[in-house]
Design a protein around this ligand. Structure first.
Ligand code: GRF
Length: 211
């Protein structure tokens, strides 16, 4: 059984989608902890409601990112995770963290990377006049949303979209895509190397979903 730790700073809707998948009877893995840098993150309540252990490590008081990351590694290692899933974790991670988990760190980002990395990705897509946007699950490296891509979901951008309506459409796609990738990982279909990732896809599934 694969063990997953989830890191989240906010409302936790992706966490909810991941938990729904993990709770199905045939799922070969479990979420061993949900950790946050924000003591009041709703994601922690979501975890508690599902009976998942939670942990908080505030970033306040740390002068250097790598010192925070070293403490976060220590905290997580107590739960023996095989993979780390970022689900709205609003911090850039340093090699101190990434190396400790052998690059087995996933993130979901609300754009079709490499387009629109960083903050406010949905507004960036609108500002650029994109006709499509979506979300990306990728391996985390030391850059901002630059790691190797595992899967993407594409949604249309409509002429009358606001940041809110586009974000809602993308979020619904996120809730499909991240659990699908989680299942690939749990079923040992994802292979990670230095700067690359491959997926042995199950029959009938694809790395690009279209909505
Ligand atoms: C999502 O839009 C995700 O793509 C981004 O942060 C947001 C997290 O939302 N990385 P939630 O906390 O999962 O609802």
């Amino acid at each position: 059984m694969r063990r997953f730790a989830v890191l989240a700073s906010g409302r936790g809707s992706n966490l909810e989608a991941l938990l729904a998948t993990v709770s199905s009877e045939d799922f070969p893995g479990r979420i061993c902890v949900v950790a946050s840098n924000k003591p009041k993150a709703r994601a922690l309540d979501v975890a508690t409601e599902h009976g998942i252990p939670t942990a908080v490590l505030s970033h306040k008081g740390y002068a250097r990112r790598r010192d925070y990351d070293a403490d976060l590694v220590r905290l997580l290692q107590a739960y023996r995770p095989d993979w780390i899933l970022l689900a709205g974790f609003m911090r850039v991670l340093t090699p101190t963290f990434l190396d400790a988990f052998g690059g087995r760190v996933l993130n979901i980002h609300p754009s079709l990377l490499p387009a629109f990395p960083g903050l406010n990705a949905q507004q960036q897509a609108l500002d650029a006049g994109a006709s499509e946007s979506g979300c990306t699950v990728h391996l985390v490296d030391a850059g901002t949303d630059t790691g190797p891509i595992l899967a993407q979901a594409v949604v249309p951008v409509r002429p009358d979209d606001t940041e809110e309506t586009l974000s809602t459409r993308i979020l619904a796609a996120e809730h499909q895509l991240y659990p699908q990738v989680l299942r690939w990982v749990a079923e040992n279909r994802v292979h990670v190397g230095e700067g690359w990732v491959t997926v042995d896809l199950p029959p009938g599934q694809a790395r690009i979903l279209r909505f």
